[in-house]
Design a protein around this ligand. Structure first.
Ligand code: SF4
Ligand code: SF4
Length: 183
């Protein structure tokens, strides 16, 4: 008897859910509104001269806990746009498939040369498609919306509050003169 009741209860649950509106959407055909601070992928923006801002300082590669950033630079050379000597990154690879989205790479970049973007990469059956190279990262900077969090902003937020200095003591001679004065 108990078996029959359980079967009927399970059947009722099934029937209730068959006619319920789905709670999932078919991503990426349908994209739900994202939270303001949502960030999903990466970009390497340009500097004020339209060149890649990254100077290949290795700070982001070194801090990445998942070791998914790799880069190669060839040292200083003259910029064809500004005429100034600067370092260039010639290869930059970020393997998004193993990134844990900790954002440490963004936080250490003093020149805001790497940012996160709000639009995710398209889902893929191949892990290789989620490896972002220099071209893809630069294209993301033009085509996608940068997240609010940049290195300089995040560093400023983490700075300890400045402690007010105690008032200066008067010089010893002035204190002694005051003490000698008759009441
Ligand atoms: S993105 Fe920033 S931290 Fe990373 S190598 Fe380039 S300049 Fe350095
Ligand atoms: S978000 Fe974290 S894990 Fe992902 S690339 Fe940056 S430092 Fe590495």
């Amino acid at each position: 008897m108990g078996y029959l009741t359980d079967t009927l209860r399970a059947l009722a649950t099934t029937m209730r859910n068959v006619f319920r509106a789905p709670v999932t959407v078919e991503f990426p055909k349908v994209i739900r509104p994202r939270a303001v601070r949502y960030r999903a992928s990466f970009a390497l923006p340009d500097d004020e001269y339209g060149e890649v801002a990254c100077i290949g300082c290795l700070a982001c590669e070194r801090i990445c806990p998942s070791r998914v950033i790799k880069m190669r630079m060839t040292g200083k050379r003259e910029s064809p746009v500004s005429g100034k000597k600067r370092n260039y990154v010639d290869e930059f690879v970020l393997d998004l498939s193993a990134c844990i989205q900790c954002e440490l790479c963004i936080q250490v970049c003093n020149s805001d040369a790497i940012t996160m973007v709000r639009e995710p990469e398209l889902p893929s059956f191949e892990r290789e498609d989620l490896v972002l190279d220099l071209d893809k990262l630069r294209a993301n900077a033009h085509d996608k919306t940068a997240s609010w969090g940049r290195g300089t902003i995040l560093q400023e937020m983490q700075e300890p509050p400045k402690v007010a200095k105690p008032p200066k003591k008067p010089p010893a001679t002035a204190t002694a003169a005051l003490e000698k004065e008759p009441a």
